[in-house]
Write a protein that binds this ligand. Structure first.
Ligand SMILES: [Zn+2]
Length: 353
């Protein structure tokens, strides 16, 4: 019988639980990752020191590299520093910037990457994309998926709660992004990958409907798994489509028009998603999403992150330019500024509690 299935690039180990860091050495010693124990570990200069102190005794063959920042130059410098070390794998141990730098550096020197995430601020921890600042602003670089992902919920809880909140907004925005993909499929004949859409949407729905809060292991597990699965949905699709639609265009527009005042990625994506759901006429889903964002302490109105309604109208009007070629509800409706203003007033009224 023919095997008519496909293989999906995915990590060989996913370890998400409280205390996972205590078993990191065991995970890394897996024959498929590093039988010899020769590892290059990328950490931050600041909070990385404590983690290094804690983990170094269990990883005697590891070399430790401090990452300067989150730029393309930092990632290239990291790759240059690591390239002559004859390592089995690169370990990115830290937040989004560290993991993105480590992902890029590992890809550049042809080594697998182990992502050890210390916060849950976005869905990049297991995605095939490294986001790095370059001379032109911010770039997305295609890289292989991590070979292993380790998330210790005890460490996640130690990070400021705004990181968990950001991850919530990013996960919820999948629901709107998939709706945009379906719209592009209906209106423009864009090919949709049903498996990628299913994975991304279920990750968002699980976070949307979980009754727990940011301090519970149960909720944090669902959120962390949702963010990992979102990364895999991008590998399945071959791009960020399942997790990035109008929600992310609005987020990018905030970043570009107001680089100094922009809020976190997930705050902007969550707000953008709730508004985009309203725009597409999914008023019940929009209200449900807004209630979930509110319950977890995320903004649902631009005023809550310091932007006036007029500024938000400008942001939404600018948003389609941030991602040329991506068809979403914003490109579909092609609203004038006055129409955006009316839609926003309608949205604010609809979600008012
Ligand atoms: Zn995102």
């Amino acid at each position: 019988m023919p095997v008519l299935t496909r293989l999906i690039p995915s990590p060989v180990v996913v370890d998400i639980r409280a205390g996972a860091l205590d078993d990191l050495a065991g995970v890394l010693a897996d024959q498929r990752i590093s039988a010899s124990g020769k590892l290059a570990v990328a950490i931050s200069g600041g909070s990385g020191a404590a983690l290094r102190e804690r983990l170094a005794p269990a990883l005697p063959g590891a070399s430790w590299y401090e990452v300067g920042g989150g730029t393309l130059d930092d990632a290239i410098k990291l790759a240059d520093a690591m390239k002559s070390g004859h390592y089995d794998a690169v370990v990115g141990l830290g937040g989004g910037k560290i993991i993105d730098c480590a992902k890029f550096a590992a890809a550049r020197i042809g080594l697998p990457l182990v992502a050890v995430a210390t916060n849950l601020s976005h869905d990049g921890l297991c995605s095939p994309v490294a986001t790095l600042d370059n001379d032109a602003g911010r770039g997305s670089y295609g890289v292989p998926n991590p070979i292993a992902v380790v998330i210790d919920l005890d460490i996640i809880r130690e990070a400021p709660v705004r990181f968990v909140r950001s991850g919530i907004g990013d996960a919820l925005s999948n629901i709107s992004a998939v709706a945009d993909w379906e719209l592009a499929n209906r209106e423009k004949g864009e090919q949709i990958d049903g498996l990628a859409a299913a994975i991304a949407r279920q990750a968002g729905e699980a976070v949307l409907r979980h009754p727990g809060g940011v301090g519970d292991d149960g909720f944090l597990t669902v959120l962390a798994e949702g963010l990992v699965l979102t990364g895999i949905s991008m590998s399945v699709a071959g791009d960020s489509r399942p997790a990035s639609g109008a929600c992310h265009e609005i987020n990018h527009a905030f970043d570009i028009l107001h680089p100094k005042r922009a809020a976190s990625h997930g705050e902007q994506c969550g707000l953008g998603a709730a508004f985009a759901m309203h725009l597409r006429g999914a008023h019940e889903e929009s209200a449900l999403m807004a209630a979930c964002l509110r319950r977890h302490g995320l903004p649902v109105l631009p005023e809550e992150i310091g932007f006036s309604a007029d500024e938000f109208v400008e942001v939404v009007a600018y948003a389609p330019q941030t991602r040329p070629g991506r068809y979403t509800i914003l490109e579909h409706l092609d609203l004038s500024n006055d129409q955006i203003r009316d839609a926003y007033a309608d949205y604010a009224k609809a979600i008012a509690s």
